[in-house]
Design a protein around this ligand. Structure first.
Ligand code: 13P
Length: 251
């Protein structure tokens, strides 16, 4: 039995306006209630909704996070937001280096590394995303790619308290295709071994989330894997019942 507490994280991506976002967050707060649960629950709404969702989550155990932040503390970066701005609203986490940001905005490992340090400086927990494309997997390059991303994107100074890793095979995101339990565990164990190689015993304390078409129907078998410490969920996190069912499967 792992000592690591599962983290069930919803990445809403570019979805949701005020009323729907508020209803979704409220539905989760209501389900969390005052009880204790065997998992941590996090939602990462679009930046426009972070403030109202932080207000709704206030006083509950629901964590709220951003989907990205700039590497700089502040300044002339039109359209960007800083880690301190997210923290100011009440966010506790920020997703960094998602494959959609790497693809849409050309984010490199160096960029993600710098953003991670900015997140820590503001008191946020960084959720650093890694994962191979289908071509890379078919070419037998999965571990090389993922190992390189972990080495380059995770700065020195990372701990299990300030950093979470999310393994999201790009071919499984939004496609309905999930990594098989064997495929997922193999990559998670590899990431774990790299963290232990670099950070010693601390490497065992990092939570490594799986992401990519996680649903109520496949969550239990993925979340039961030795080195899978939760999920980063896109589509299914937009429906409170589904997201809650995934969380319930982590117990
Ligand atoms: P889906 O769950 O929609 O496949 O998205 C996964 C993801 O990219 C979460 O960050």
């Amino acid at each position: 039995m792992s000592q690591r507490r599962p983290l069930i994280a919803g990445n809403w991506k570019m979805n949701g306006t005020s009323s729907g976002g508020a209803a979704l967050a409220q539905g989760l707060v209501d389900r969390l209630g005052k009880g204790t649960h065997g998992f941590d629950m996090l939602v990462c709404p679009p930046a426009t909704l972070c403030a109202p969702i932080c207000d709704i989550a206030g006083g509950s155990s629901l964590y709220v996070g951003g989907q990205d932040c700039h590497a700089a503390e502040k300044g002339a970066h039109t359209g960007d937001i800083s880690a301190a701005m997210l923290r100011d609203l009440g966010c506790a986490h920020v997703i960094l280096g998602h494959s959609e940001r790497r693809a849409d905005h050309g984010e490199s490992d160096a960029t993600v590394n710098a953003k991670t340090k900015a997140a820590w400086a503001a008191g946020l927990i960084a959720i650093v995303c890694v994962g191979e494309t289908e071509t890379e997997r078919d070419g037998g390059k999965t571990l090389d790619v993922v190992g390189g991303q972990v080495a380059g994107s995770v700065p020195d100074g990372a701990t299990g308290a300030n950093t979470v890793i999310a393994y999201e095979p790009v071919w499984a995101i939004g496609t309905g295709r999930t990594a098989s339990p064997d495929e997922a565990q193999a990559v998670h164990a590899f990431i774990r071994s790299k963290l232990v190689e670099r950070f010693g015993g601390e490497g065992d304390t990092f939570r490594i989330l799986y992401g990519g078409s996680m649903k109520p129907g496949n969550a239990a078998e993925l979340l039961a894997l030795k080195d899978v410490d939760g999920g980063l969920i896109g589509g299914a996190s937009l429906v409170a019942d589904d997201f809650w069912a995934i969380a319930a499967a982590s117990r």
